[in-house]
Design a protein around this ligand. Structure first.
Ligand SMILES: [Mg+2]
Length: 109
């Protein structure tokens, strides 16, 4: 199953919209950021690890970060999809990239 940013945002708006605060969600995001750092430290040998699958663990923690990033946008009615396309388009001009996300997606279909 594939999900879009819009799908995730609609789901998280329903899940958190009536009670969560952006400050609370941001604190959870920071916790998850620390968990990503811990996995990266283990992968680099800077921290001991008894976990077998650090690749899977990294994916889980990155997914947790995306969850809280999108949740903060969702409870603030921020249209992340539109903003990501606009921001990428501006960056592609600024940094003279050959393409941008919108063009990439339209050519991919
Ligand atoms: Mg986590």
């Amino acid at each position: 199953m594939k999900i879009s940013v819009d799908d995730l945002q609609a789901y998280l708006a329903e899940r958190y919209g009536s009670w969560a605060t952006e400050q609370g969600l941001f604190m959870k995001l920071v916790e998850e950021l620390g968990e990503v750092a811990e996995v990266l430290n283990k992968r680099a040998g800077r921290k001991a690890s008894d976990e077998n699958d650090l690749q899977e663990q990294l994916g889980i923690e990155l997914a947790d970060m995306i969850h809280y990033i999108v949740a903060i946008a969702a409870i603030n009615n921020i249209d992340l999809t539109t903003l990501m396309l606009e921001k990428d388009k501006k960056a592609s001009v600024k940094y003279r990239h050959a393409t941008n996300l919108e063009t990439f997606l339209s050519e991919r279909k």
